[in-house]
Design a protein around this ligand. Structure first.
Ligand code: FE2
Length: 288
C-alpha cells in the first residue's frame, strides 16, 4: 500500500513538473515571438481612393529589442507592406531609457513607410524626451503633439490627428480633468473638418471621449493587452483601468467610432507577459 502511494505521488509530481515546464517554455516563446494581427475597417466615410490603405501600428516598444537593432520587428513591418506606420507611444521606457534603441528603430522604420508618432506616459515622465523628439524628427518621423495633418491619396484626403499623452499636462489626473481636456483638444483639432478622421492617442480608457468627439478611427495602446491574458476572461490588469480592463486589446466600436487597442510589443514594470504575444497591428481601410 505504502509503495503504491509513493509511486502515485512520484507520477503526480512528474506530471505537474512536465506541465509547469511546458508552460514555462510556451511563456518564454510567447514573450519573444512577434506576430501580426490584421484588422479590416469598412466605412462609407472612407474615401474611395483610400480603399486598401494599410496602416501598421507599433505600440509600447518600451526599449525592447527583437533581434539586433530590432531587425525582426523591422522585417515583420516590411513584410506587411504598409502605406504608413503609426507609433502610439511608450517607444521608450522611463525605468530603463535607451533613446538610441528607439532612434535606431525609427531610422529604419521611415525607410519602410512614412512614420507618424505620438507620445505615451513614459515619454511624459522621461527627462530625455527632448533628445528623443529631436532624433525622431531628424530621422524623418512626423511627431504629432496635439496636431492634425492631412493624408492625401488619389486626390482625396483623410485627417490624421495625434494627441500628446495627457501626463504632459495633468500628471495622474487626480481630479478627473483629462476627459474634458482631451475633448477640448479634439474639438480644436477637428475644427471644420467633416471628412474621415484617424486619431493616434496612447490612452484607450478615453474611448468615450473619442466617441463624443466624433472620431472615426482611433489607434491606441497603453494597456499591454492586460499583461496576463486569461482564457475566456481576457486581460488581467492595465494602467488607468485596473483589474479586468474594459479596453485591453482588439477592436471596439460605438456608433461611428472604431478604436484599435494594440497589445503592444514591450513590457515595463511587469517584465513578462502570459498568453499575450507582442504584436504589430495591421489595419486595412475599405470604402463601402
Ligand atoms: Fe506602455
Amino acid at each position: 500500500m505504502r509503495k503504491w502511494l509513493i509511486k502515485k505521488t512520484r507520477i503526480m509530481l512528474c506530471v505537474i513538473g512536465t506541465i509547469f515546464l511546458i508552460l514555462l517554455i510556451w511563456t518564454a516563446w510567447g514573450n519573444t515571438e512577434l506576430m501580426t494581427n490584421a484588422v479590416a475597417i469598412s466605412s462609407s466615410r472612407i474615401p474611395a481612393a483610400f480603399s486598401g490603405f494599410q496602416i501598421a501600428q507599433v505600440s509600447d516598444l518600451h526599449n525592447a529589442e527583437f533581434g539586433e537593432n530590432n531587425a525582426e520587428l523591422l522585417k515583420l513591418l516590411s513584410e506587411s507592406r504598409p502605406d504608413i506606420i503609426v507609433i502610439t507611444g511608450d517607444l521608450i521606457d522611463v525605468n530603463h531609457t535607451d533613446v538610441w534603441i528607439a532612434l535606431c528603430f525609427a531610422q529604419e522604420s521611415v525607410k519602410i513607410a512614412p512614420t507618424y508618432y505620438v507620445t505615451g506616459n513614459h515619454e511624459a515622465a522621461c527627462s530625455q524626451y527632448d533628445d528623443l523628439k529631436d532624433g525622431l524628427e531628424e530621422a524623418g518621423v512626423i511627431v504629432l503633439e496635439d496636431e492634425a495633418i492631412s493624408l492625401e491619396r488619389g486626390g482625396e484626403t483623410i485627417a490624421l490627428l495625434g494627441l500628446a499623452d495627457p501626463d504632459f499636462k495633468v500628471k495622474g489626473d487626480m481630479f478627473g480633468e483629462v476627459p474634458a481636456m482631451v475633448s477640448t483638444k479634439l474639438k480644436n483639432l477637428i475644427g471644420d473638418e467633416s471628412g474621415y478622421t484617424i486619431l493616434l492617442s496612447h490612452r484607450p480608457e478615453l474611448f468615450e471621449t473619442y466617441v463624443d468627439g466624433g472620431i472615426d478611427l482611433v489607434f491606441s495602446g497603453h494597456a499591454h493587452g492586460g499583461q496576463f491574458r486569461l482564457p475566456f476572461i481576457g486581460g488581467l490588469v492595465a494602467p488607468n483601468q485596473g483589474l479586468f480592463p474594459k479596453y485591453d486589446a482588439g477592436l471596439y466600436t460605438d456608433g461611428g467610432t472604431s478604436m484599435v487597442v494594440s497589445r503592444g510589443i514591450g513590457n515595463s514594470i511587469i517584465p513578462f507577459r502570459f498568453n499575450n504575444r507582442p504584436e504589430i497591428v495591421l489595419v486595412e481601410l475599405n470604402a463601402r
